[in-house]
Design a protein around this ligand. Sequence first.
Ligand code: ATP
Ligand code: MG
Length: 372
Amino acid sequence: MHVIRLATQNFRNLEDGELFPCKGVNVIYGGNAQGKTNLLESLWLFTGGHSFRGAKDAELPKLDVQKGTNTSKASLALDFHSEERDQSAVLNFENGRRNSVINGVKKKTGSALIGKVCAVIFSPEHLLLIKEGPARRRGFLDGALCQMKPGYAGLLSVYNRSLLQRNALLKDISRYPELEDTLSVWDLRLAKLGAEVMRERGKYLERLAPKVHGVYAGISKNHEEIQISYSPSVKNYVENLSLPDAEQAFLEELARTRNTDLRSGFTNSGPHRDDFEIMLDGFSARVYGSQGQQRSTVLALKLAEAELLSDFTGETPIVLLDDVMSELDQSRQDYLMNHLHGRQVFLTCCSPETVELLKTGMRFRVEAGKVF
Ligand code: ATP
Ligand code: MG
């Protein structure tokens, strides 16, 4: 897929206007705090996801400097080519809520856009994927799966709701011990939903691993080898377990940890505690990786995510790269630019000379929210 036109209205610091990118590499350059990341964010929001910077929807409309608050409305419009036809989408933010219009049809939510526009984003925040704890890595898996399989978002939210209910019950049992009889009902429910989540994540990582391996070998010129593997919180879960067996494994784990759960008032095991390991030449990338290696690792994960998304949906996702070049040496930068051939890319940087443009490249300068 590719973007034909983006229009922004009252969004962040951007001046209202339009952008007509090319099908290849679009370099967005300018000094700090001019609006480059804001521009990428406006594109990303069409995936139906949350802001990759963790911003709330109410924070996206332009700030009213006099009042010291955000204005109430912002609007984004996108013309894009996907599924062999030109399509359009509008995304409105109003009083902290979203609605959308897809090909002229009004939708009550912004999430109606999920699966329409597909994109992969790399931003400096994503380095936390390596540096921080497992929540970030689960977030990566879930974000990727939500775009690939729209039903996954629903599955995850039902699982999370059931988890909250089981945790509430665990707390109630300390006051009303007779309620413990009802715990097994929640165990069954959680195990059934959790087994599906584990299977999806396990299968996803299994498909992702060889792609990450290939991309990383290219970035590092085979200097080091990367390995990723699923570390499910349910210890007896192994690769390719059938759904009933996965459910059984989770049920057994819940039975084993029941007393700990009752004491702590929450569920200590399950997909909400999952992680995946990232190793470089057999050592943890988080503990031992250099800045450049960690950046290359995240990049490999993101580019592999894009490849898998293309395989699965038949559409090439747009690639959004925010400040990706710093900390990458020339050979890693060269690999990246060559690897991106055949995709539409939006890449931000401070000085455009550092980015070699491929044949179909374009450059846009951003200054005080205005795009030239
Ligand atoms: P850098 O090179 O430092 O990453 P950037 O060009 O990517 O800079 P942005 O993150 O896009 O910068 O932010 C540009 C400006 O937009 C910042 O000064 C920021 O404070 C401002 N900004 C953020 N949200 C809003 C908003 N809702 N309304 C108005 N301005 C905003
Ligand atoms: Mg930025």
